[in-house]
Design a protein around this ligand. Structure first.
Ligand code: PXP
Length: 236
């Protein structure tokens, strides 16, 4: 299973002082030499962590695959088309949220999302859609022309009881099977950590996990390289 490492929170620490350290590009070198298969960064509309300059630098530095998380705001799409990351993952975005809450509602916004997929694809960018593990959203994702989806694992990660965990895992498994039958490549992520990742990494059909907060948090104590290697060992 591939591991995409989200480095947003390297920039969050930098922004706490508004200076130059720590530099997200240094994290890329360390992450890639420690086993990251992709580097993920989210250019949020409020630029609370990663900024425009970062993504141009990341594009030059990433040697694996650069996956830019982004909303479908026209300003952000036009920046993405200039930077040309290898992949764009479209996510819903609200200014007040602490992190991405819920997946894209493609069913309700099919036309807008289809147009965004078309624009990004025309710029040579592969598009993935971040959605909840729900059949109707997967069917709609297929209609946009995107080749990939990322299933939101937040409900699984936040499940408070054993039966809730089982229920959410089963939802994810059925969603993966359904998406595979629609010939979509399936990634997963959000809220995954060193305690809950193993059950997700054993689901057949998921090719990549995207993980940020848990890895960067652990890196404060053990260093980024070790934190990534430990996650790599867990996901196999
Ligand atoms: N995948 C997507 C689409 C996300 O928006 C995020 C959060 O930026 C992640 C994965 C990583 O989530 P976490 O930081 O909880 O590991």
């Amino acid at each position: 299973m591939r591991l995409g490492v989200n480095i947003d929170h390297i920039a969050t620490i930098r922004e706490a002082r508004g200076g130059l350290e720590p530099e997200p590009a240094f994290a890329v070198l360390l992450a890639e030499s420690s086993g990251a298969d992709a580097i993920v960064a989210h250019l949020r509309e409020d630029r609370r962590h990663i900024n425009d300059e970062d993504i141009f630098i990341l594009k030059g530095v990433v040697r694996t695959r650069f996956n830019l998380e982004m909303s479908i705001a026209p300003e952000i799409i036009s920046i993405a088309c200039k930077v040309k990351p290898d992949q764009a993952t479209l996510v819903p975005e609200k200014r007040q949220e602490l992190t991405t809450e819920g997946g894209l509602d493609i069913v309700a916004n099919l036309d807008k999302i289809r147009k965004s997929v078309k624009k990004l694809s025309a710029c040579g960018i592969e598009v993935s859609l971040f959605i909840d593990p729900v059949k109707a959203q997967i069917t709609a994702a297929k209609k946009t022309g995107a080749r990939m989806i990322e299933l939101h694992t937040g409900s699984y990660a936040n499940a408070g009881t054993k039966s809730e965990v089982t229920k959410r895992l089963n939802e994810l498994k059925s969603a993966v099977n359904f998406a595979k039958s629609c010939r979509l490549e399936v990634f997963a992520g959000h809220g995954l950590n060193y305690n809950n990742v193993t059950k997700i990494s054993t689901i057949k059909g998921i090719t990549e996990l995207n993980i940020g907060h848990a890895i960067i948090s652990r890196s404060v104590f053990v260093g980024l390289g070790k934190a990534i290697k430990e996650m790599r060992d867990l996901i196999g």
